[in-house]
Write a protein that binds this ligand. Structure first.
Ligand code: HEC
Ligand code: HEC
Length: 342
């Protein structure tokens, strides 16, 4: 190859590299210094699908963690004093138990595609994070841009110091893919590294059989079917209680809400979309004897002969509640890597 040809091909190569780099950045390709991160999970978990345009990295997750816990993110900046974690606290499975409102937990949402109680946003975690960043928090990226530490962190993860709301949403999505509960007492039972008491096992039989029929909507391992149901809390529906109907306008969807995960359920009272139940005993009594009929009632709520009661004995109810407590995952609730870094 003569000198001219060599120079020529070098030019071509660097042009190609140049283009690739720009494309790569659009694709969300992480910077040269970011370290790939792989989500590990027990064998009975399905694989988590991570979009190619936002690959998981150690630095991306750490950036998301900081953004999540930083009041700088809220509209009005630090003065407003509100961070994601001000309503979503780790020790309560990323809910806020004291407020009385029904805050959804941040657990295993990397396997989810319907978000919020009514499923107002569906798609990937990037989609729900765009909503949180643009519409809920109205994030002011200039506040991040003015911060040298954030500038450097964004550059490492996304290969650019020019921070956009899209980058913020992507970093938060990466963080959410790290918020995984898979080490509860029940997980240890499923992976043969722990046992359940005889009462918990009896409760499991109620849960996993037609007797209690919980598994249809709160199945293993996510303890949610990621779908919407009217479980008969009311017989007529006004305002917010119309649920999924507010998104679809379909009368069949009246009173339907997303089935939340039951992971760490013992810690996330009050229960239901409006926080109407204070205890798990009240929830179980609802399923046992409180289901109200309406045209959009989920067929699973009606047993043989149109009956909406389960007729559980007091012992079966207590066993079921004991089993629900085995969904508590202390590893997740106390994992230092998930805590507030500030
Ligand atoms: C003022 C309290 C509050 C703050 C602050 C807050 N959230 Fe929430 N979050 C809620 C409530 C309440 C819900 C349930 C609302 C609904 O479904 O309509 C929720 C739901 C969610 C969900 C849906 C979960 C699911 O299972 O579908 C996600 C994701 C979420 N929040 C992320 C965030 C992020 C990210 C931030 C910070 C940018 C944030 N939240 C800040 C109260 C809050
Ligand atoms: C037909 C589907 C379905 C079945 C069957 C079902 N659930 Fe649910 N579950 C839901 C939905 C949907 C919600 C949320 C309803 C709402 O807020 O309006 C829910 C909410 C809950 C909650 C409160 C969650 C929270 O974060 O507030 C608990 C606890 C619960 N269910 C336990 C059970 C138990 C125990 C059983 C069996 C006795 C059961 N569920 C059977 C769909 C179902």
């Amino acid at each position: 190859m003569n000198r001219l040809a060599l120079t020529g091909s070098l030019v071509v190569v660097s042009l190609l590299l140049g283009c690739r780099r720009d494309n790569a950045e659009e694709m969300g390709w992480h910077g040269p210094s970011a370290t790939p991160y792989a989500v590990g999970a027990p064998h009975y978990f399905p694989p988590m699908e991570v979009p190619a345009f936002n690959p998981l990295t150690v630095e991306g997750i750490e950036l998301g963690r900081r953004l999540y816990h930083d009041p700088l993110l809220s509209a009005g900046g630090p003065q407003a004093g509100r961070s994601c974690s001000s309503c979503h606290t780790q020790s309560a499975s990323f809910t806020e138990p004291s407020t009385g409102t029904a805050i959804l937990p941040h657990v295993n949402l990397g396997w989810n595609s319907n978000f919020l109680w009514t499923g107002a946003v569906s798609g990937t975690l990037e989609d729900i994070m765009r909503f949180e960043v643009d519409e809920f928090f109205e994030v002011d990226v200039q506040l991040l841009q003015d911060n040298a530490d954030y500038r450097e962190r964004f550059r490492k993860v996304f290969g650019t110091g020019n921070i956009t709301r899209e980058h913020v949403a992507k970093a938060l999505a990466q963080w959410f893919r790290r918020l995984n509960s898979m080490d509860s007492k029940f997980d240890r039972y499923l992976s043969y590294t722990g046992t359940l008491t005889s009462q918990e096992l009896s409760g499991m039989m109620v849960y996993l059989s037609e007797v209690g029929d919980c598994f249809h909507c709160h199945g293993i391992p996510m303890l949610t079917d990621n779908a919407f149901h009217n479980i008969g809390l009311d017989s007529t529906f006004q305002g917010e209680d119309r649920g999924r109907y507010l998104v679809t306008g379909d009368p069949d969807d009246l009173g339907e809400f997303k089935a939340p995960t039951l992971r760490n359920i013992a810690l996330t009272a009050p229960y239901m979309h409006d926080g109407r139940f204070a205890t798990l005993e009240e929830v179980v009594e609802h399923y046992n004897s409180g289901v109200k009929w309406s045209p959009s009632l989920d067929p699973l709520m009606t047993k043989l002969g149109g009956n909406t009661t389960l007729n559980l004995t007091p012992t079966q109810k207590a066993d079921l509640v004991a089993f629900l407590h085995t969904f508590t995952d202390d590893t997740f609730l106390t994992d230092a890597a998930l805590s507030n870094p500030f």
